[in-house]
Every structure is written in C-alpha cells, then in structure tokens.
Design a protein around this ligand. Structure first.
Ligand code: XMP
Length: 304
C-alpha cells in the first residue's frame, strides 16, 4: 500500500518539475481525475485549467453533478456530444470504440489547449489501466486508445503507479468529498462500452436510464465495487399478445478489490425482481432483463 503522506508531496513536486507552462486536465469527475486535478492544482496553481468534456456517453445527471461539485474552480465544460456519436457511428468492435473515443477526447483537448496556450495534458491513468493495455487485454481509452500523434509537449500521469484503492486513500487524505473518494469506477469510453455492438443515440438513452435504475437500487444499499446495466443484444419478448424483438439488458453487480478480479454479488431476489420490473416499465423497447453471474476471470467486469 502506498504511503499517502509521502506520496502526496512527492507527486506535487514531480508535477511542478514536469510542467513548465500551462496545463489542462481532463476531469471526468471520477476519483482518479479528481485526485490528479487537486495534486496538479497544488503544484502549478492557476496555470492549470480543468476541462470536462460532455461526451454524451455519461450517466444520468453526471454533467450537472460535476458542474456543481467543481463550481468554485475555473472548470470548463465542453459539449462534444455530436462529435463522439459521429466518431462511434457504425463501429462494432470494442477496441475500435475505445480508439474512436480516445482519439476524439485527445482532439477536443488539443483544440481547447491551443485556445488556452497549454502544452501539457494531465491524465488520471492508474496502474491497472497500464498493465491491462500493455498486456493486450484491452486498450484503455486513456492509454492504448491514444492516437500515436498528439499535439502536446508532454502527457503527465501523476497516479500511474497506484491501484484504485490507493487512489481512494489519497482522495480521502486530500479531503475530497465522499461522493468523489468513494465513487464507483466508470470507464472512460462511458456508456459506449455498455452497448454491445453499434452505438446509437437511442441505445445510449436506453442504457443510461437502465444504469440509473440499477444504481438507485443497489449502490446505497449494497455498496458494490461496481454495478451497472448493459445492452447485450436482442431477444424475443411479448407485448400484449404480439411477439416483439426487443433489447436484452444485462445487470451486473460485482465485488472486487482492485478490478483485476471480481465476483458477482449475491443479491436478494426481491431486489433483482424490482430492478427487472422498473427497467421493463420504463423502457418499452426492452424485452428481457438478465443478471450476470460470471466472475472475472473468465469474464471481464464490463461486457466489452
Ligand atoms: P474490465 O471490464 O476490464 O474492467 O474487467 C476493469 C475496470 O476497468 C474499467 N474499464 C475501463 N476504464 N477505460 C477506462 O477508463 C476503459 O476503456 C475501460 N474498460 C473497462 C471497468 O469499468 C472496470 O472498473
């Protein structure tokens, strides 16, 4: 376990040595990027501009919540929904999706950086992102999904050697609100990897609502390491007395220490039933709701 009281001053010092001008930080509101934003702010003060990109792939109410939490900083919120949906159009392969999202992120940041005269990009990449990308398991959008040519003098990754639980410890030591220090992980490519196959605005809206229901039912009561809903394909259902071909929504709730391995949570039947009935009632094009029992390995936590 990292020694937090040693890590914090060392990380701040390293950032001030690495950044010689203005920097931007990609703030997603998750614990990783929020910790980096605080460390970087302590290192370089107002030479740092935090930027939040609304990709249109965020969870329900997320953009508004982040605007509120960071309202006393010079946070810039960029609406790039159409660009991300455009970049993802027609893509089926999960790795291609990550690359499309990673590429679009970087291009938007480059444009903003140019406007601000910032030559450095600070990112909240953590250790498991790096080993999973290097090991070829998947290209995390903020690692292997990066385009090979980037218009930054340098990319600074202050927490690249930490595991998630260590990042949370640093967040607590930095007095970040619990809402952030204990926040469930949410993947950089957002809801795009919670739709198996092509991403459309219609499917993003469906999966966003299903995710909100699952989180409402499970987060406060069961404290899963991660929980969410994903659209995993189509199946037959019946509406009235007509057979329909509707979406299959899978519900996932896992316990884990660091995301490298995970096990499905044993949830009360009445809770699972309520999730099913709420999703089916709210989303008429969903024909089926299933609960995923598979541990990691052999499955991953996300479906893509
Ligand atoms: P998997 O699905 O590989 O996920 O078992 C492990 C953890 O990583 C998150 N995840 C990602 N995070 N970019 C990210 O920033 C990604 O491309 C990505 N893919 C998965 C996942 O949500 C889980 O917490």
């Amino acid at each position: 376990m990292v020694k937090v009281d040693k890590f914090i001053p060392k990380a701040i010092e390293r950032i001030s040595q690495q950044v010689h001008g203005r920097a931007i930080i990609a703030l997603s509101g998750g614990v990783d990027s929020s910790v980096c934003a605080i460390l970087a702010h302590r290192a370089i003060g107002d030479r740092l501009t935090p930027i939040y990109i609304d990709t249109g792939l965020m969870r329900k109410g997320e953009t508004e919540r982040i605007e509120q939490i960071f309202s006393d900083t010079n946070l810039q919120v960029i609406d790039a929904k159409d660009r991300f949906l455009g970049a993802l159009a027609g893509i089926v392969d999960p790795e291609e999706k990550r690359k499309a999202v990673g590429e679009t992120f970087i291009r938007v940041f480059e444009e903003e950086a140019r406007l601000l005269g910032a030559e450095y990009l600070i990112q909240g990449t953590i250790y498991p992102d790096r080993i999973e990308s290097e090991g070829g398991i998947k290209s995390h959008h903020n690692v292997g999904g990066l385009p090979s040519v980037m218009d930054f003098r340098s990319i600074v990754e202050p927490i690249e050697d930490l595991y998630k639980d260590e990042v949370r410890e640093v967040a607590r030591a930095l007095d970040l609100p619990r809402e952030i220090s204990e926040r469930m992980p949410f993947p950089g490519p957002g809801l795009s990897v919670r739709i198996v196959g092509q991403v459309t605005e219609e499917l993003v809206d469906i999966v966003r609502e299903a995710n909100a229901i699952v989180e409402e039912e499970l987060v406060e009561r069961f404290h899963p390491w991660q929980t969410f809903a994903a659209i995993i394909g189509k199946g037959t259902g019946v509406k009235g007395d007509v057979r329909v071909h509707g979406w299959i929504v899978a519900v996932r709730a896992v316990g884990s220490r660091d995301g490298m391995t995970a096990e499905a949570m044993e949830l009360p039947w009445d809770v699972l039933n309520r999730i099913e009935s709420r999703i089916s009632a709210a989303l008429p094009t969903v024909a089926r709701v299933v609960y995923d029992l598979t541990p990691k390995p052999p499955a991953t936590i996300e479906f893509e």
